[in-house]
Design a protein. Sequence first.
Lengths: 101, 176
Amino acid sequence: MTLNPFLVLASLLFSIGVYGVLVRRNAVLVLLSVELMLTAVNINLVAFGAHIQDTLASGQVFALFVLTVAAAEVGIGLAIVLLIFRNRSSANVDELDLMKW
Amino acid sequence: MTFGDWISEPGNVVFLAIGLVMAAASTWVVLTKNVVHAALSLVVTLAGSAALFLLLGAEFVAWTVVLVYIGAVIVLFLFGIMITRAPIGRDSAELDHRRRWPAALVALSIFATMAYATTSLYGWSEEIHLDAPVRTDSIGEILFSRFVIPFEAVSFVLLAALIGGIVLARKDETPQ
């Protein structure tokens, strides 16, 4: 296997995630797109880790850390979205303008 | 290295198949009008990433993705979609912003920049030499020796997320 196709696929997934974050209005769908970006990061980490072949397997260990933090982020993020929905009966990110100057 | 040389290796054929499925599924995540379909397409994308990890010899990471993401996170997302009463169905024209083209331009330029920056580090014939998959017991030894402080820090992050989730989701007590 060659290294570069993995990197191109990861950049593709990341940019699709960026598009989703920018274009979606529903907060849950924004979080879904963030998950796409985190997946792209994990693919890069594991591919580079397999390429440099270090004895500490740093790429895989860091991918595991990213997975853990992503799980925590989803839990907290969805709790915040549910709270906002409970208070304002809408989960659209463009209607949350309370802190807009 | 020509495309014919590249595709003649079996691992690259598997990569191409998985990569095409992942690209299609992730595009569907951001384009579909149906919110539940978006979550289910994310399942396909994550399963594809788990298959890529298996291909790269990262077995423990692959099964962790299957267990944590496909098992737990997607269920959480489906709960979130149903509780927030996101518009499910085909009539939801209000799911996207109206200004799609600037976002597409930004995403495209990010793709071009990142793909160029990462692939220009190595030539296109740079091989990944896999001797053997990294065994789970060696991952465990590494986690508990070299990376033990980040591991404990991450467990603290999980504890904070647990407490924060409970505090946020709890109903406020009515003032007497």
